[in-house]
Design a binder for this molecule. Sequence first.
Ligand code: CDP
Length: 207
Amino acid sequence: MSFTVAIDGPAASGKGTISRAIAQHFGFAHLDTGLLYRAVGKKTLTHGDSPEIATKLAQDLTPHDLNADDLRTAEVAQAASRIAVIPAVRTALVEFQKTFAKQPGGAVLDGRDIGTVICPDADVKLFVTASAQVRARRRFAELSTKDASLTPEQVLADIKLRDARDADRDVAPMIAATDAHEIDTSNMKIAEAIAAVIAIIEAAKSS
Ligand code: CDP
């Protein structure tokens, strides 16, 4: 029997950490759907980013591409959000995500449009947020160990730019599904957020 958890939210809101913890706790498979967009975005840095090229790159994507090096850089994040506005790119990535979501044993997918477009019938939907300042602090702590030239101001500006692009696009914009549980992690320890989500899923499983 499948059980699907959809977790959406803006950059560095905590959705990735929560998703991994939930997957481990319940034995669900986990797909970080941002990696699909990052993998396509990274390829556009060398192959070009016209809608035609980006769409072809998305159509030719393989699961192997999700393990590429350096998908987590700020440069790749921006490239990902630029190609994520192209409708044909999103269409090319839908089937893989929908199939992943339905696997027996349960699945958790995190992204921007999981509860609204990819899994509108998910058993549990969450929208995880935090203030832009808190998210920038978290992302700076994560990225500055690998890139010493990064500044906190730059990370905040990058996050705001990406938030705006993700929320304002015409197709599958980042928005909470009407039936999503909203969790603001600005003032929460990660363990608290995980415990809250586990309680929500336990309740849904036993109902
Ligand atoms: O980890 P972080 O939240 O910073 O980003 P991500 O989840 O890896 O996503 C990178 C970019 O991919 C986002 O800024 C979106 O533009 C795009 N994305 C999307 O459009 N739809 C998804 N389901 C997941 C990511």
